[in-house]
Design a protein around this ligand. Structure first.
Ligand SMILES: Cc1cc2nc3c(=O)[nH]c(=O)nc-3n(C[C@H](O)[C@H](O)[C@H](O)COP(=O)(O)OP(=O)(O)OC[C@H]3O[C@@H](n4cnc5c(N)ncnc54)[C@H](O)[C@@H]3O)c2cc1C
Length: 421
């Protein structure tokens, strides 16, 4: 096969498009949006004073593919700094990372052999009332960090995540993830790939030994092979030939969680002295408020608080407007800091609330593992013909649901196609 259509210009689609084009393949990348990046979504500098991230923001842990690409692009990492605070008991105190009965929890976790949903694991081993705090703590982390439904989230994936060595500095890319996308899009074009925006693919069809992609606006593209690098909930909306349709159906066994991300820019750093504690150096805050998790741009001076509302509860606010969600965020800050929402509204310079579940080209934030995900991955990544699948949900390593997962999957898909050629 010498020519390829890549459907989706997110991190995965762009990296695999670049790698295929660099190896001499003819590549056309078809993207439904009017921009590249997908879930990487920098907001206009005028709104927040910097390219604030509507989607991913942090580089977590080792992230080898991301860091190699950053080096290639000459992009630096801004290390995370500042203090973490916890207001869960109603009193603000520096974060205590451990949770009740942690030793007992890890002992039971290490003994698991057959995978099961984490909610079932907790019901089996920690059903008694005295473990209520442990159950709440684990459930809250699964919902808040993995954006996952505890009734579906894999216990073995949780074990892998919670016992992984955390090597590598956490931080943000100077210039944001958008800078990485700009670099990748430029690389694709430099290597001869074509990026077509505003091209929503509705069907892939076989015509002899060629593949055709039909777009919603009637345009049609043809090549020898195609790679679908779209979020997994969208696969069922693209008409596919029978074999690829069977592979795509396995995606139902991969979890996909939702996040509402709130960005609030203020005129003053009101939180620094809003309480008896000195919070001028605050980085993260965990609380029991409706929007429980907040962070600052520390060490950057931008006066922006970011709120994080994730997991099954984020699905339940689908009918709320952006203005409603912003009010929900302000009410949460009022509850945590005991500062009247009126004062916060007065100080507000810009605000956004992005419910990724309502984005028709994402349908959620990122994937998580269920006990059936491994089998789904092996079905979907097995080369069956001229259609391949790529993207963050199709990555099998320890960084599930991240930009690293998307980039590593894109790189692996290109490698697999090139090694078969
Ligand atoms: C709020 C939020 C916060 C996050 N935080 C982090 C973080 O801090 N760190 C981190 O590493 N990761 C984070 N992530 C996860 C990360 O953003 C994703 O894992 C990654 O960006 C996914 O890349 P992708 O290429 O697989 O998919 P996408 O970026 O979704 O790209 C797929 C592309 O396909 C396009 N598309 C869809 N349907 C069609 C169609 N029919 N025809 C043509 N094109 C189509 C879409 O428009 C999109 O551009 C976060 C995600 C969200 C939403």
């Amino acid at each position: 096969m010498t020519s390829f259509l890549v459907v989706g210009a997110g991190a995965a689609g762009l990296l695999l498009g670049r790698d295929l084009a660099r190896a001499g393949k003819r590549v056309t990348i078809l993207e439904a949006r009017q921009r590249c990046g997908g879930r990487i979504y920098p907001l206009p500098v005028e709104e927040f004073g910097y390219p604030a991230e509507g989607g991913p923001e942090f580089v977590h842990g080792a992230a080898p593919v991301t860091r190699a690409l950053m080096r290639e692009a000459g992009l630096a990492l801004v290390k995370r700094s500042g203090t973490r605070w916890n207001a869960r008991s109603g009193i603000l105190r520096p974060d205590e990372p451990s949770f009740p009965d942690a030793d007992r929890f890890y002992q039971a976790l290490m003994r698991v052999e057959a995978d099961l949903p984490i909610a079932e694991f907790l019901d089996t081993h920690f059903a008694e009332t005295r473990y209520a705090d442990l159950r709440r703590s684990v459930t809250r982390t699964v919902e808040g960090y993995d954006a996952a439904d505890p009734q579906r989230f894999s216990t073995l994936a949780l074990r892998e995540e919670w016992t992984a060595r955390d090597d590598g500095e956490h931080g943000r890319i100077a210039g944001g993830y958008g800078a990485l996308i700009d670099y990748l899009a430029a690389e694709c074009r430099r290597r001869g790939a074509t990026i077509v925006l505003d091209a929503e693919v509705t069907a892939l069809g076989e015509a002899g030994d060629r593949l055709t992609a039909q777009c919603r606006d009637g345009r049609c593209f043809a090549a020898d092979g195609a790679i679908l690098a779209v979020p997994v909930p969208l696969l069922s909306e693209i008409t596919l030939p029978a074999a690829a349709r069977r592979q795509a159906a396995a995606a139902a066994d991969i979890g996909f969680g939702n996040v509402v991300k709130l960005l609030l820019r203020f005129a003053t750093k009101w939180w620094a002295d809003a309480t008896p504690r000195d919070l001028s150096d605050m980085a993260f805050l965990l609380s029991d408020a409706t929007v429980p998790t907040w962070w600052t741009q520390n060490p950057q001076p931008h006066l922006v608080l970011t709120g994080w509302y994730a997991g099954p509860r984020a699905d339940r606010v689908a009918p709320l407007s952006e203005a409603d969600l912003i009010e929900m965020g302000l009410a949460s800050l009022e509850a945590v800091f005991a500062v009247p929402a009126e004062r916060l509204r007065h100080d507000l310079v810009a605000a956004r609330a992005i419910n990724w579940g309502n984005d028709p080209l994402a349908r959620g934030a990122y994937s998580y593992a269920t006990p059936r995900s491994r089998r789904a991955l092996s079905v979907m990544t097995k080369p069956e013909g001229r259609i391949f699948f790529s993207g963050e949900a199709l990555y099998a390593g320890p960084d599930m649901g991240t930009v690293e997962a998307a980039l590593a999957s894109g790189q692996e898909t290109a490698r697999m196609i090139l090694s078969a050629a």
